[in-house]
Design a protein around this ligand. Structure first.
Ligand SMILES: Nc1ncnc2c1ncn2[C@@H]1O[C@H](COP(=O)(O)OP(=O)(O)OP(=O)(O)O)[C@@H](O)[C@H]1O
Ligand SMILES: [Mg+2]
Length: 231
C-alpha cells in the first residue's frame, strides 16, 4: 500500500499509510473497535476505494476485486441457502470456469464429508465457517482476507478452526491477513502481529514458537506486552 489515505466524509481513517505484506505470511491484525481494521482489509481486497494512494499486488497496481484476494467475514450467512455444502464450495469454480483444488480433498480436510449434501440451515456456525473457508480456497487465491471469522464461535470450535486454518495455510501456501479482537488468537496464528493505532501500524514479529501454547508463561507475557501497545 503506497501512501494510502482513506476518508469517510470528514473522518480520516488512514493518512499516507505505507505498508507491505510479504508473500506467504500469516498476518494478524488487532486494534480497538472503529480504528479501521475492516476498512484496511477492504482496501487490500479492493472492496473499499481509497481516497488517495496506490495498491500494488505482485508488481501491478490493482483497483478492482479479483479471485486472487478473497474475503471471509464473521457472519455465518455467507453461504447460499439453496445450495448444499458441496455446491456452495464448488460454486466459484463452476462460476469462473477455472481449474482449482480438488473438491474431495477439501471436503475431507475441512471435515465436511459427512455433511456434503446438507444445506446451510442444517449446519452449526463452525461448520458454516468451514464451508466458507472451503469455498474461499477452492480457486487457489493468493490471499485470504479474514475479518473476525471465528468471532462468534465457542472456545472449543474456535480452537479447532484455528488449527484447521493453520493447516490449510501450511498446505496451500497462501498469504493470510486475519483481523481479530482476541489477542490470544492473534498470537496463536500470526507470523507477525500488527497493532492498528491511530495513524500508526506497529508490526511485531511473533517470538513464540509453534505449536503455540496459550497457557505457556512466555505466551502470556507476550500477549500482555501487545495489549499494552493497543491505544
Ligand atoms: N461506509 C462507511 N461510511 C462512513 N464511515 C465508515 C464507513 N465504514 C467505516 N466507517 C468508519 O471508519 C472507521 C473505521 O471503521 P472500521 O469498520 O474499519 O473499524 P474496525 O476497526 O473494523 O472496527 P470493529 O473492531 O468494531 O469492527 C470508523 O470510525 C467507522 O465509523
Ligand atoms: Mg471491523
Amino acid at each position: 500500500m503506497n501512501n494510502i489515505t482513506k476518508t469517510f466524509g470528514s473522518k480520516v481513517v488512514f493518512r499516507n499509510l505505507n505498508i507491505e505484506i510479504e508473500q506467504g505470511k500469516f498476518i494478524t491484525i488487532v486494534g480497538k473497535s472503529g480504528i479501521g481494521k475492516s476498512t484496511l482489509l477492504g482496501i487490500i481486497g479492493s472492496f473499499e476505494k481509497v481516497s488517495d494512494g496506490k495498491i500494488i499486488f505482485e508488481d501491478r497496481e490493482i483497483k478492482k476485486p479479483d479471485k486472487n484476494r478473497i474475503m471471509i467475514f464473521q457472519s455465518f450467512d455467507q453461504l447460499m441457502p439453496w445450495k448444499t455444502v458441496r455446491e456452495n464450495i464448488e460454486f466459484p469454480l463452476k462460476h469462473l470456469d477455472i481449474e482449482g483444488l480438488d473438491i474431495e480433498n477439501i471436503l475431507i480436510e475441512l471435515d465436511l464429508k459427512d455433511v456434503e449434501n446438507h444445506y446451510p440451515y442444517q449446519l452449526s456456525g463452525g461448520m458454516k465457517q468451514r464451508v466458507a473457508i472451503g469455498r474461499s480456497i477452492i480457486t487457489k487465491p493468493r490471499m485470504l482476507l479474514m475479518d473476525e471469522p471465528f468471532g462468534s464461535l465457542d472456545v472449543g470450535t474456535r480452537y479447532n478452526l484455528q488449527r484447521l486454518l493453520m493447516h490449510v495455510w501450511d498446505a496451500y501456501k497462501m498469504t493470510v491477513v486475519f483481523v481479530t479482537h482476541d489477542v490470544n488468537e492473534a498470537v496463536v496464528l500470526g507470523n507477525d502481529i500488527w497493532i492498528l493505532n491511530e495513524n500508526e501500524i506497529l508490526q511485531i514479529a511473533n517470538p513464540i514458537m509453534k505449536p503455540r501454547d496459550i497457557s505457556d508463561v512466555n505466551f502470556q507475557i507476550f500477549v500482555r506486552e501487545l495489549v499494552q501497545k493497543i491505544k
